[in-house]
Write a protein that binds this ligand. Sequence first.
Ligand code: UD1
Ligand code: CA
Length: 449
Amino acid sequence: MPTALIILAAGQGTRMQSDRPKVLHEVAGAPLLAHALAAGAALSPERTIIVSGHGAEAVQAAALDVDPEVQIAVQAEQRGTAHAVAQAAAALEGFRGDAIVLYGDTPFIRPETLRAMAEARSRHAIVVLGFEPADPGRYGRLVMAGDALDRIVEYKEASEAERAIPLCNSGVIAADCGLLMELIAEIGNDNAAGEYYLTDAVALARARGLSAGVVICDEAETLGVNSRADLARAEAAFQARARAEAMETGVTLIAPETVFFAHDTVVGRDALIEPNVIFGPGVTVESGARIRAFSHLEGCHVSRGAIVGPFARLRPGAELSEDVRIGNFVEVKNAQIAEGAKINHLSYIGDATVGEAANIGAGTVTCNYDGVFKHRTEIGARAFIGSDTMLVAPVRIGEGAMTGSGSVITSDVAAGALALGRARQENKPGLARKLFERLRAEKERRKPI
Ligand code: UD1
Ligand code: CA
């Protein structure tokens, strides 16, 4: 069945106290909206429409980043969830199939849950995602008639007896798109909030003799973000799940609660992550690699058997081949480091290629930026870069070449050559002693009498 995904994201998000639209706040390095889109992707939607309010342009830009085909519908005034869905009508012109409505601020709906809803649609005209929260609070309640759903009652409208119902509405709803739009056209706003409630669609469907069903999910999936505290809770929930998943798939975490994953981190079996490691987006760590304490990785690839850190920083485009060593206080950016190469201490390697088994001495810097342009440094296999070498790019160091410690290398070095780019040392016998004598005499002279 072709599916259209409608994501509601027009809410003000006042309690976030932010200039940024709520759905662009991030969990695990990705906007809330991207999490909702990722969940919806499980249904391979033919169309995706995001209903946005103020900040629509920023929301659109972020959405297009995730999926270049999403459409944005603008709901200028927030008049309720049914009114929000109605704004998607133009973008759904000519679409035949199912529509599923998600909230942009609810990042954790599992793909399996959405698939269960799509499956339940074969039995019911309209399917609602319900859950039984520990504290049902002010959620809408699902009023059942046997195994089927009879209607949804908003908390504000509910009687005492209805408020006692433990089964709540998550807000996720699926129905034939044409039917949903027809039902929405019938929904009024004669209620306690003066809003157009999407939830009224269920009773209207039942009045047509259609059947409604419920799929039940875990409360954790429905966690919504309305405040910074909710955002922190969502982050914690994400991290708890990611850590558990990593360990289940054979990753050792010495202190799991100190490791932070991104939404897309991939770590292979038998990799070991030491305490206090942070993964930004776009990281892959292969089997058997070891990430030592206090390292920060983002947009990089770490191959089998490589060891990174402690205190290392891998930035976007860092690609480490097998058995590479990146040691303490080393930063690598947009650089390919070939098998067995070592960069063990206090270095910056950016916009570079480092050949197999090359050894980069402590304090080496690729001077890649001239203030306007970035330039590349190429270091050949088995080259030996002496400590404190400045490699002023663009520059090439040949295979097996060597640079003397403290060199500033501004021109290419041929394979097998030794490059010395530093002042020659001069020793002055006895001069240190004389200098000290003079300085101490001066100190005596300045003492108050
Ligand atoms: C809604 C449901 C309620 C359910 C709860 C679950 C309705 C009438 N009620 O209530 O049954 O238990 O969610 O969290 O649907 N939005 C718009 N435009 C609008 C109004 C809302 O885009 O005009 C978006 C919001 O940004 C938000 C979502 O829709 O992402 C839900 O809106 P919200 O006002 O939070 O609904 P609730 O009153 O919590
Ligand atoms: Ca809400």
